[in-house]
Design a protein. Structure first.
Length: 90
């Protein structure tokens, strides 16, 4: 299991695993998830809306997330799974 620094090492180190696509489909508004930032540390995000799923394409998903006061992003199916950047803390 990989270990990442929490918030750039300010809160220690924790073990994580990548979040599966099936777990991402169960996310709801207000849920907190972890992700790998560009510096390689783990940061927490808030799901900022209802995840969007498609009936005819079950592997397609769009999860709106918020980080801080002004930073928003949308996680897609490529952000989940074995090579994704969404994490689950162990």
């Amino acid at each position: 299991m990989p270990k990442f620094k929490l918030y750039g090492g300010r809160e220690g180190v924790a073990e994580f695993r990548t979040m599966a696509l099936e777990e991402a489909k169960l996310l709801g508004y207000g849920d907190m998830i972890w992700f790998i930032d560009t510096k390689g540390s783990a940061r927490r995000l808030k799901v900022n809306g209802r995840p969007k799923r498609w009936v005819r394409q079950p592997d397609k998903i769009a999860v709106p997330v918020k980080y801080g006061m002004y930073e928003y992003d949308t996680f897609t199916a490529s952000d989940f799974g074995p090579n994704g950047r969404a994490l689950v803390q162990l």
